[in-house]
Design a protein. Structure first.
Length: 364
């Protein structure tokens, strides 16, 4: 999974990236501090891995990961190449999900590119640039398919109808993800275009420390502005999270969080929210060599899950041996789970559940 952090200059994108990846991207109080996209690989926090580690005692534990891309600040006119617009927009196109950072705090010493704090205006600025870039893509495709449609090609005519719906929506300022298009048409005609505003989005409201738990009036305005979208909102005090990450021990970090009234770091909540946004889940493999978390879309079958490990596993799939994590915890070991008759043998049609511990039998 690859998620791209976007937003206007100086809203806290690079600071958030540093919190997530500890990669120390350059962060400063002026626009276009980030030019080339910074890329960090972030472990997905999952307490179930720790539980399996204690039960299995493997040589190593490998968590699932998310690739985070810190994309430079977009500005008004980016779709026409303003700032470094075209480069930035190309970087966004390569991601699976968008983490849109909105400034929801006042600070006299942190300049705003537009001179005042207004997260809804900032959101609309970015939305417009992304919509204009998508409109360009849709119009190009419409021009090509339109010629075939005029010759009587029924398939082309159907695609033209969907593309026209996209064009009308984008011209009205509606992102593709919010348009009411039949799922079949989305899969057939929309997904192949890789439109930026079709990607799921998580709005990260960057607040001050005092607003970390309940948000503030800026966050309330953002919630109202995104009501019509299929999007999630996360409230995060990014500067405070950065301070927490500087602490050396886990105990110190937990004390800091408790003082703020928070149960877990915002970075953990953000990665989990991104997982939910993309309808992803985790299954595990466990043995003396390693315990490992694997990321799969919700609803995949056992052979498809096996294919995440290696394509040969999917091609030659015979069966899956499945243990529910709760049973692993209850009986304490794989051998005792088998003795209790709790290891299940599942075939090609089995839909993998979040938290399944699996072994695959295959033949190539």
């Amino acid at each position: 999974m690859k998620a791209g952090i976007v937003g206007l200059p100086n809203v806290g994108k690079s600071t958030l990236f540093n919190c997530l990846s500890n990669a120390k991207a350059q962060s400063a109080n002026f626009p276009f501090c980030t030019i080339e996209p910074n890329i960090g690989v972030v472990n997905v926090p999952d307490p179930r891995l720790e539980q399996l580690d204690k039960l299995v005692n493997p040589e190593k534990v490998i968590p699932a990961t998310v690739e985070i891309v810190d994309i430079a600040g977009l500005v008004k006119g980016a779709s026409k190449g303003e700032g470094l617009g075209n480069q930035f927009l190309a970087n966004i196109r390569e991601t699976d999900a968008i983490l849109h950072v909105l400034r929801c705090f006042d600070h006299d010493n942190v300049v705003h590119v537009d001179g005042s704090v207004n997260p809804v205006r900032d959101k609309e600025t970015i939305d417009m640039e992304l919509q204009l870039k998508d409109l360009e893509s849709v119009e190009k495709r419409l021009d090509r398919v339109g010629r075939a449609a005029k010759t009587g090609d029924k398939e082309a005519q159907k695609e033209v109808a969907v593309l026209t719906e996209l064009k009308d929506g984008l011209e009205s300022g509606i992102s593709v993800r919010a348009l009411n298009i039949a799922e079949e048409d989305r899969q057939e005609y929309v997904k192949t275009l890789q439109l930026i505003t079709d990607k799921p989005v998580l709005y990260v409201c960057n607040v001050d420390e005092a607003s970390a738990v309940d948000g503030n009036h800026y966050v309330d305005k953002v919630r109202k502005a995104v009501e019509g979208e299929e999007a999630e909102i996360l409230v995060l005090a990014v500067g405070t999270e950065a301070d927490i990450m500087e602490l050396e021990t886990y105990e110190e970090r937990q004390m800091f969080l408790e003082d703020l009234g928070l149960e877990e770091p915002g970075s953990s909540k953000l990665i989990q929210a991104a997982y939910n946004l993309l309808h992803l889940q985790t299954y595990f493999t466990a043995g003396p060599k390693e315990v490992r978390a694997w990321t799969i879309p919700i609803g995949v079958t056992a052979p498809q899950a096996a294919g995440v490990i290696h394509t040969d596993f999917e091609k030659g799939f015979i069966r899956a041996e499945v243990i529910a994590l709760a049973d692993y915890q209850k009986y304490g070991s794989e051998a005792k789970v088998k003795e209790a008759g709790k290891m299940r043998i599942e075939g090609k049609d089995y839909v993998v559940k979040d938290g399944d511990v699996m072994h695959f039998r295959f033949n190539v």
